[in-house]
Unconditional design. Structure first.
Lengths: 489, 430
């Protein structure tokens, strides 16, 4: 593989933090690159994130989490507008059902005031139910924070990466870092398949694996705590059960199990919080599902098992200190962002600013690029267009008249556009366009998406994967097994 | 805003139901019939069903899916007054029978019809709907998706296969994979009896020595990027896995054949009421829904066992929709919603999973279609206490058909057991 470019900065890890940083760096006159081990950016913890833009009342005043959550929250309107990413301030509600919980809830209110959370109010149960009629009758007090929002975490990461690339940054996917060395000519990063990259500065935003990477740079850091969360998606039919994101009063380990409207009109329930011995177990379990169902039915009784259409799990990089950890090594030229668990998504744009400042302090010149374009070209979402607009886009490109995913009304035009923006896999298309995310879960459209991907990428359908090497969808051409073949992928 | 096109009968879906409905509507005198089909060809799911066994009832011949479709397609194409729009997706439907659709050449189309026939078919139940625990690797497909890959696109999705569910498509695919040189390790069915037709169990599993595990289910999917195996457990009477019965089966593919769901999102948009038992619209003997002038037939109405019955049903709907369009409503049979017509509800009783139609005009001679709720050796079918028929060897996988005759009505009305305008169809073991 061997790359010739010597970069000013290489960011390792393309989750929402790494991509936010890459975009921040692309504002300046420097050469920046991102290395991501998955086939696409945003496929680690980001993809499985709940998508909540937190208000900031959950975190201890003075902590990095509190400061960067509130700061990050304020940046979301502009960020999502520039990148054309759906973002809604649907508001958060923390609900109490007992006197004890009411007291804790009041403490969170005070904490939110200290952290500078705008617009919070405390409502009694009836007032809350006037806003959210499907809340349980047992709920007696609610802390409402209107500044809370929802976003699509994967889409945000993909959009930030796309915008960074259009401003001159490079993204390398399927690059898993094996070693990092630092010498007179800067850092040399070697990947597992033998490629090398060189840079003067590096940022470790490798999420759950950032402790391993920090140790590669000789830093003695405590191990992160892998904490699995399972989430379940409900049919859009019941997407209107609640408008706010509904939180219980939290436990010391997590914010609890929530009811979360998504930016796409589904309801999501979860997550669990289970500490794991491994970093790669993203399986879902019967116990996880049962726990989530019984808990969320206590918040919103109308939630039903039969409305579940999909399940997934992700692993948070639990912080051993309970706060974000920012470290540096190699005379400050390597910046390490560790323990970025909740509210990491909310804080990501603010963490990116902070990391850029840390690099600048270590000597990286940050000179604004005069031609930086903060906007990414608008994404056509056919279903959401007016009839007039639909007519217009079809006239320009008849592929917008070919509906490929019937459940979500996703057209071939949108899928081709997703590939041109960087989708390389069936999941990449799915997360960018929603093709395959509906009721039939790709039953009808997967064969078509495979064909379109193969055509656009100029490869055989046998090479098309679900999410990168090893996840090929097809094993062989028909009749191949009859000739004694195993696989002709 | 747009040019609105007008038609007499609009048919949404050009599969077996839509095709038969279109021809029937024309025979019944509808002047203009419009068929809106989302695929690039007519025939629907039949096009990927390259196995034989279609048409035994209707044509007394064993046809393949495409052959069955071609008993209809040439006639539809030859009729200049049947307007077929291919590659056309209907985006919206109103109770006033106005539709918007997209077409690659015509762009956004607005269409208004005098009557509408829903013929959108069904979709397969997915892994998400079952909440099977485990990882989410490549290699988990519904049986119909695998069928499309193999039969239409010419690719094998895997080489060692476990099939969850013994629905007919899964059974057909077990045979198909075997004949393609893949190994089908097992078919796993949660019920104590198979979900598919007896003939498919014999011809697709037994003939190829493929094991069928009854009262068992997949309790975990293994594999990070691609399926590496599944855990199969026996289940108790309440479908709960029995600890200690787990066995691990290595495989690279898991096919799901766990049921079909009528696709009624458009119907609901048009305010058509659905029957929770069938998942399809509530209809009368004309297959008219509770929205006047909107009819339904085929798998969008209820999941059929044989396509032959889909065609029969579609002809009923096609003819009635044509009569509606021509305002031939003198007998008062149509216009179901205005409440002026004397309708009786037919409810499923003991031993019956569902019955269709759900509403019948008083005195009308109609065929009732039903499925029993469990296999039984010998049953008596009775309507509100009146014996209609006796049947042997009944299974939920096979639709039963019984004729409700004039003399039955007489007895029912005389005996006074049709009070409340509700009749109850029961299947009692003998």
């Amino acid at each position: 593989m061997g790359e010739k470019t010597h970069y000013d900065v290489i960011v390792i890890g393309g989750g929402v933090v790494g991509t936010a940083l890459l975009r921040t760096l692309s504002r300046y006159q420097l050469k920046a690159a991102l290395l991501e081990k998955h086939a696409e950016v945003g496929w680690g913890a980001t993809k499985a994130n709940s998508g909540i833009v937190h208000a900031g009342f959950h975190n201890k005043p003075g902590s990095w989490m509190a400061k960067l959550c509130v700061a990050g929250n304020r940046m979301y309107d502009q960020l999502c507008d520039e990148l054309d990413v759906p973002f809604f301030r649907n508001g958060l509600m923390m609900v109490a059902r007992t006197q004890e919980e009411e007291e804790i809830l009041q403490q969170f209110y005070q904490q939110g005031l200290e952290n500078g959370v705008p617009g919070m109010e405390i409502l009694d149960g009836d007032a809350a139910r006037r806003l959210e009629p499907n809340l349980s009758e047992e709920i007696s007090m609610v802390l409402r924070a209107p500044s809370g929002g929802i976003v699509l975490p994967f889409e945000l990461a993909a959009a930030m990466a796309e915008n960074a690339v259009s401003n001159g940054a490079d993204v390398y996917t399927e690059v898993e870092v094996a070693s990092i060395s630092h010498g007179y000519d800067g850092f040399t990063i070697t990947s597992k398949d033998g490629g090398t990259w060189k840079a003067d500065y590096i940022v470790n935003s490798a999420g759950l694996f950032s402790d391993d990477l920090a140790r590669m740079c000789g830093l003695d850091v405590p191990s992160l705590i892998p904490r699995k969360g399972e989430e379940y998606i409900l049919d859009q039919r019941v997407g209107n059960l609640v408008r706010h994101t509904i939180f219980p009063v939290p436990t010391p380990k997590s914010k609890g199990i929530l009811v979360i409207p998504t930016a796409e009109g589904n309801l999501m329930i979860g997550p669990t919080a289970l500490e794991m011995p491994y970093k790669d177990d993203v399986s879902t379990t019967t116990t996880g599902l049962d726990e989530i169902l019984s808990f969320t039915q206590g918040l919103v009784p109308k939630i039903q098992r039969r409305d579940i259409i999909a399940a997934f799990a992700g692993i948070r990089s639990g912080s051993p200190t309970g706060d974000f950890i920012f470290e540096s090594s190699n005379e400050g030229k390597a910046v390490h962002l560790l323990g970025i668990e909740s509210p990491g998504l909310t804080a990501a744009p603010a963490i990116a600013e902070l990391a850029a400042e840390m690099l600048a302090e270590a000597g990286l010149p940050l000179k604004e690029k005069p031609n930086f374009n903060p906007r990414r070209p608008k994404v056509i979402r056919f279903k959401r267009l007016s009839d007039e607009e639909k007519k217009e886009v079809i006239k320009e490109n008849p592929l917008y008249a070919h509906v490929v995913c019937r459940c979500e009304t996703i057209t071939e035009g949108e899928i081709v556009d997703a590939v041109r923006r960087g989708a390389r896999t069936v999941d990449g298309v799915k997360f960018r366009t929603r093709a395959g995310m509906g009721r039939c879960q790709g039953g009808f459209c997967t064969p078509y998406v495979v064909k379109i991907l193969a055509r656009e990428l100029g490869v055989s359908p046998l090479e098309i994967t679900k999410r990168g090497k090893g996840s090929e969808l097809l094993t062989a051409e028909a009749k191949f097994f009859l000739k004694g073949g195993e696989t002709n992928v | 805003m747009f040019n609105t096109h007008y038609t007499d009968v609009a048919i949404i879906g050009g599969g077996p139901a839509g095709l038969a409905a279109a021809l029937a509507a024309r025979r019944a005198g509808a002047e203009h019939v419009t068929v809106l089909e989302r695929n690039h060809e007519l025939g629907g799911i039949l096009q990927q069903c390259i196995h034989n066994g279609f048409g035994l009832h209707r044509f007394k011949e064993e046809l393949t899916g495409p052959e069955y479709a071609y008993r209809f397609i040439p006639q539809v194409e030859a009729d200049p007054n049947i307007h077929v729009y291919l590659n056309t997706m209907v985006l919206s439907l109103s109770p006033e029978k106005e539709m918007t659709a997209v077409h690659p050449v015509h762009g956004l189309i607005s269409l208004k019809a005098k009557s509408v026939i829903l013929a959108m078919g069904c979709r397969e139940r997915t892994r998400g709907a079952l909440s099977i625990p485990g990882t989410r690797p490549a290699g988990v497909y519904t049986a119909g998706t695998a069928q499309r890959f193999v039969n239409m696109d010419g690719f094998m999705p895997g080489k060692r296969v476990v099939i969850l569910g013994s629905g007919d498509i899964g059974l057909i695919m077990a045979r198909r994979f075997t004949m393609e040189g893949a190994k089908v390790e097992a078919v796993v069915e949660i019920m104590p009896y198979p979900a598919g037709l007896a003939r498919n169990i014999a011809q697709c599993l037994e003939d190829f020595d493929i094991p069928l595990y009854l009262s068992a289910t997949v309790t975990k999917i293994h594999g990070k990027d691609r399926v590496e195996g599944v855990t199969v457990s026996q289940v108790d009477n309440g479908w709960c896995p029995i600890p200690g019965t787990e066995r691990y089966i290595p495989c690279d593919t898991l096919l799901l054949s766990v049921g079909l769901i009528p696709e009624n999102e458009l119907s609901q948009e048009a305010e058509v009421s659905l029957d929770p038992r069938t998942g399809g619209p509530i209809v009368d003997e004309n297959r008219e829904t509770l929205i006047s002038g909107i009819f339904a037939c085929g798998n969008v109405l209820h999941v059929h066992d044989l396509v032959d019955y889909v065609s029969d049903e579609a002809e009923i709907a096609g003819e009635a929709a044509a009569r509606y369009a021509l305002k031939q409503t003198a007998d008062g049979v149509l216009n179901a919603t205005n409440g002026k017509v004397d309708k009786f509800a037919i409810k499923p009783g003991d031993g019956v999973r569902y019955v269709l139609p759900q509403r019948v005009t008083k005195g009308a001679e109609v065929d009732l279609y039903l499925r029993v709720s469990q296999p039984m050796d010998a049953i008596t079918l009775s309507l509100s206490g009146l014996t209609l028929a006796r049947k042997r060897q009944v299974r939920p996988s096979e639709m039963l058909k019984i004729r409700l005759k004039a003399q039955h009505w007489e007895s029912l009305l005389e005996a006074g057991n049709a009070e409340g305008r509700e009749l109850c169809l029961a299947a009692e073991p003998r």
